[in-house]
Write a protein that binds this ligand. Structure first.
Ligand code: PMP
Length: 430
């Protein structure tokens, strides 16, 4: 496969844009380096790069593109929004319509507020939880990503109930010490942390189904324990559903699991491809937010007509009957095909799949927490990634990212992908 134009553009990009990318996960650093593929166009399930190569896309822009690229219903909504003026700085009727749609799908949210990204949404839920409880400390689970605000860019301490250390230069140690990190799916460590820090905790940040060290479901009872102890200590439970909301069904992971967080952060899918975030929760908690309450959050672009109207259009598509059943059916076919290829060529893998989202780990253990995901073979993943790319299958360049099937993928795309997996595993087994 010719990649000269991608390489040429990347060489130029690095002199103007840090690392040649506008988000570090787009670089190929985690898969051995080199020029990331520079895409020129995207349509449905396909990408076309600047060298004229075509790819079946499973990146889906790290999640938002669940209806496939350039879906006509979303494009139409965007065009209409643009024709009527891109930004008002005043309330619009569409904002109310969209807020009502989100509330209907996620009833634990009495009120919502729109932001421009998932990072902003999560960052603000932390502020709101602190304002509501009058406490400062937070708890998160190891390996979960909650955006790039200071408090959540923090690595796990060495034990289950230790304070965090900065995971990024520029995050002050004093801020990192305000967050406690415990392993996901480990109720004992969680209880230990709550015994020690419970009374000081404003909130617990949870990806109720993890999407950031592959797709990992909570073990039965784990989230229930989180909710119970949080209640005992007067700590708020915040679900970060930036990846999970509208991913598995028309609603959030909370509604799928039958659990009620105090606050929910949203992003990605709810913008239909345009920048967006949102957070919402119980009325008395949300009323902490300005202008009703003392917790400040704002945004010139927040609730902009384009993001709101593409978001509405995206949810309209997802609300159609059969959408999630089809994503599940294609997901199951893909999973089965990959497992068969692995068995044929003796490649050791574990697959975690929930409906149309799946992750492959090169490991022989079941992956339930970050340590297990981290221990999976990164070099094997890198080799697999490159072998797939060379056959026109675009995956995220990281062993921690999921594959996302979209409503635009067909059974033929899945079959073609499975054939490519066969050839990749065959080469890897030699
Ligand atoms: N929370 C989760 C669970 C995420 O996966 C992400 C992005 N991958 C974020 C928050 C941050 O969202 P954004 O990139 O829109 O700021």
């Amino acid at each position: 496969m010719q990649r000269t134009q991608s390489e040429k553009l990347h060489n130029e990009a690095v002199t103007h844009i840090v690392g040649g990318v506008n988000s570090p996960s787009r670089s190929y650093k985690a898969v051995g380096g080199g020029a990331p593929t520079v895409m020129a166009r995207a349509q449905g399930a396909y990408f076309y790069d600047v060298d004229g190569n075509k790819y079946i896309d499973y990146l889906a822009a790290y999640g938002p593109i669940i209806t496939g690229h350039a879906h006509p219903h979303i494009t139409k909504a965007l065009t209409k929004a643009a024709e009527n003026g891109l930004l008002y700085g005043t309330p619009t009727e569409h904002e109310i319509q969209f807020a009502k749609m989100l509330k209907e799908a996620i009833p634990s949210m009495d009120k919502v507020r729109f932001t421009n990204s998932g990072t902003e949404a999560v960052m603000t839920t932390i502020r709101v939880a602190r304002a509501y409880t009058g406490r400062t400390k937070m708890l998160k689970f190891a390996g979960c990503y909650h955006g790039h605000s200071d408090l959540v860019l923090v690595a796990a301490g060495s034990g289950p109930a230790t304070l965090g250390t900065p995971d990024s230069a520029g995050v002050p140690k004093t801020i990192a010490e305000e967050i406690i990190t415990v392993p996901f799916n480990d109720p004992e460590s969680f209880k230990e942390a709550m015994d020690k820090w419970g009374p000081e905790l404003a909130g617990i940040l949870v990806e109720p189904i993890v999407g950031n060290f592959g797709m990992v479901e909570p073990n039965p009872g784990f989230l229930e324990t989180v909710h119970e102890l949080a209640k005992d200590y007067g700590t708020l439970v915040i679900y970060d559903e930036v990846i999970t909301a509208f991913r598995f069904h028309y609603g959030a992971a909370s509604t799928l699991l039958g659990l009620e967080p105090d606050l929910t952060a949203l992003g990605k899918i709810i913008g239909g491809g345009l920048p967006i975030g949102a957070y919402g929760g119980k009325k008395e908690v949300m009323d902490q937010v300005a202008p009703n309450g003392p917790a400040y959050q704002a945004g010139t672009m927040a609730g902009n007509p384009a993001s709101i109207q593409t978001g509405i259009a995206c949810l309209e598509i997802l609300k159609q009957p059969g959408v999630y059943e089809e994503l599940d059916r294609l997901g199951a076919l893909l999973e089965q095909g990959i497992l068969e290829a692995a068995s044929q060529y003796n490649v050791t893998i574990t697959i975690n799949r929930i409906k149309g989202a799946l992750s492959i780990y090169f490991t022989n253990v079941k992956v339930e927490n970050y340590d297990q995901a981290e221990a999976s073979d990164g070099e094997q993943f890198a080799q697999f990634f490159r072998l797939m790319l060379a056959q026109g299958i675009n995956l995220a360049p990281s062993k921690y990212e999921a594959w996302f099937i979209t409503t635009a993928h067909t059974e033929q795309d899945i079959e073609q992908t499975i054939q490519a997996v066969h050839r990749a595993f065959e080469q890897m087994s030699q």
